[in-house]
Write a protein that binds this ligand. Structure first.
Ligand SMILES: Nc1ncnc2c1ncn2[C@@H]1O[C@H](COP(=O)(O)OP(=O)(O)OP(=O)(O)O)[C@@H](O)[C@H]1O
Ligand SMILES: [Mg+2]
Length: 270
């Protein structure tokens, strides 16, 4: 197709939708010393609406930092993050927080469920924090999507199994119908069967929901459209339609390179 036919094919006044998660040359250094090795080093990524992305890499490669910067929970040292079309460093922190409450869902490895609240109250929390009505049917629907209901909704998290608690955390991330869900090792502590179920639940988020999930588990990438590999804070490669066997090999190679230290020869760049 020529450039002319491309121009003709696009309606004159239609601007292509922006990716909901965009990082441009994002660098993050912790602490004040400029000499420190950056946790993220000029990372550029664009995640399309509705995409499901796994972020992989050895411990310390910058995966959590990437998620935190993309979600506006950490401020990059340099570079630009756009979340749901908004350039985060141009938003005052109150508006950033409002954007997160309204359009972003989180699932963290340590879940952050509040032990004093019931399951239903935990699921309702993001709505309450945003001063939105937490209607019973909405809570029940979010719970039902992850297979929870009935008397379970009146229990406290401590009375549930680890897998059930994980379901509560996912229901809580889904209840606001977010545009983007960030999940940092949400299946880290689960047996393979329960982990697979959790991934299917995240995968079943409504069409258009963008999901970014940090994982050490190559099997998780079966559910993903792409796998982003980090090495020493940089994007080492982006693998579309990842296959777990290949992902495991690539992860092993990254481990060898990390063990060999910073002088190791770089692999194929993204
Ligand atoms: N709050 C912090 N203060 C100082 N250094 C930090 C902080 N958070 C992360 N780092 C450093 O930044 C680098 C990247 O850390 P990060 O937590 O992003 O790695 P990760 O890939 O998520 O590792 P893991 O798989 O162990 O969770 C590491 O060297 C880590 O020590
Ligand atoms: Mg981490």
């Amino acid at each position: 197709m020529t450039a002319e036919t491309l121009i003709e094919a696009a309606p004159a006044n239609e601007v292509p939708p922006r990716a909901p998660v965009e990082l441009d040359q994002v660098t993050k250094r912790y602490g004040r010393r400029r000499s420190t090795v950056p946790a993220l080093d000029r990372v550029s990524l664009s995640l399309a609406a509705g995409s499901f992305t796994a972020v992989l890499g050895v411990s310390g490669s910058g995966k959590s930092t990437l998620l935190q910067c993309a979600a506006g929970l950490e401020r990059p040292t340099a570079g630009t993050v756009r979340l749901c079309g908004a350039e985060l460093n141009k938003l005052p922190s109150r508006r950033q927080a409002a954007l997160r409450r309204r359009r972003v869902g989180f699932v963290f490895q340590d879940l952050n469920l509040l032990p004093e609240l019931t399951v239903a109250e935990n699921i309702a929390l993001p709505l309450r924090l945003d001063r939105r009505p937490a209607r019973r049917p909405d809570i029940e629907q979010a719970a039902a999507r992850v297979g929870l209901g009935g008397a379970q909704l009146r229990r406290r998290p401590g009375e549930l199994s680890g897998g059930q608690q994980q379901r509560v955390a996912i229901a809580r991330a889904l209840v606001t119908r977010p545009d983007v869900i960030f999940a940092d090792e949400p299946t880290g502590a689960l047996d393979p069967h329960t982990a697979t179920t959790m991934l299917q639940l995240l995968r079943a988020a409504p069409d258009g929901t963008t999901v970014v999930i940090v994982t050490h588990d190559p099997q998780v990438t079966r559910f993903c459209d792409q796998a982003v590999f980090l090495h020493a804070g940089r994007v080492d490669r982006v693998l579309p339609a990842p296959e777990p066997g290949l992902v495991a090999r690539l992860l092993f190679d990254l481990g060898e390179r990390a063990a060999a230290g910073p002088s190791a020869a770089p692999g194929s760049p993204a």
